[in-house]
Design a protein around this ligand. Structure first.
Ligand code: AMP
Length: 211
């Protein structure tokens, strides 16, 4: 299964990606997580991305595209992958299409998590993230539900940055929904409700394209 997850920040992509990747036994590739890991390790890539991330802006395409293409050549992607947070604009979508076409491994589906802005703002401004594994956690959690690691509030989950991230989504990422609809790959589900409910909804919708 070669799958892309799209949806605004706070739609629950990271959470659903973890369950779906486990369900289909494919790697979960989150560009945000890769950038954050590089930032934590103070690599040149991390330092390059930091200013954009802290401001809620997209890291330049040249940097991001090369990073993803490199990741998609790793052996663990042989049976598929789940991309979370990439592509984020139509240039990235075109680069991905060309890259996969060359390898004759096109996408099977693009799953859109649809949700209202009001719910997003509430979710993001109260969400915590694991310092160790990057998993999201609810505000009541005292340790990471996945690995027990320490929790913190992401710099870009502060209220003033959320508004910027939503504007960037509308302007730059929302057009890829149209791109994938035209390609016949788009499946849209509601991302409102309990986590397990949304996972079931996703698996049911995906079973129509990938038995
Ligand atoms: P995320 O965890 O997906 O919300 O990503 C956090 C931040 O990482 C974004 O606000 C961007 O600054 C950067 N980022 C993640 N994915 C991409 C991408 N595909 N293109 C450009 N920047 C990205």
């Amino acid at each position: 299964m070669r799958l892309v997850l799209v949806g605004p920040p706070g739609a629950g992509k990271g959470t659903q990606a973890q369950f779906l990747a486990a369900h289909y036994s494919i790697p979960h590739i989150s560009t945000g997580d890769i950038f954050r890991a590089n930032l934590k390790a103070s690599t040149p890539l991390g330092l390059q991305a930091k200013g954009y991330m802290d401001a809620g802006q997209l890291v330049p395409d040249e940097v991001t595209n090369e990073m993803v293409k490199d990741r998609l050549t790793h052996d663990d992607t042989a049976n598929g992958f789940l991309l979370d947070g990439f592509p984020r604009n139509t240039v990235q979508a075109e680069v991905l299409r060309a890259f996969l076409a060359e390898k004759r491994t096109p996408l099977d589906a693009v799953l859109e998590l649809a949700i209202e802005n009001e719910i997003i703002i509430k979710r993001l401004s109260s969400r915590l993230t694991c310092k160790n594994c990057g998993a999201p956690a609810s505000p009541e959690a005292t340790a990471c539900p996945s690995c027990g690691g320490e929790l913190y509030q992401r710099e870009d989950d502060k209220e003033e940055v959320i508004a910027k991230r939503l504007a960037v989504y509308e302007e730059q990422t929302a057009p890829i929904v149209h791109f994938y609809r035209t390609e016949g790959l788009l499946i849209t589900i509601s991302a409102d409700g309990e986590v397990s409910e949304i996972t079931d909804r996703a698996i049911t919708a995906l079973s129509r394209v990938h038995g």
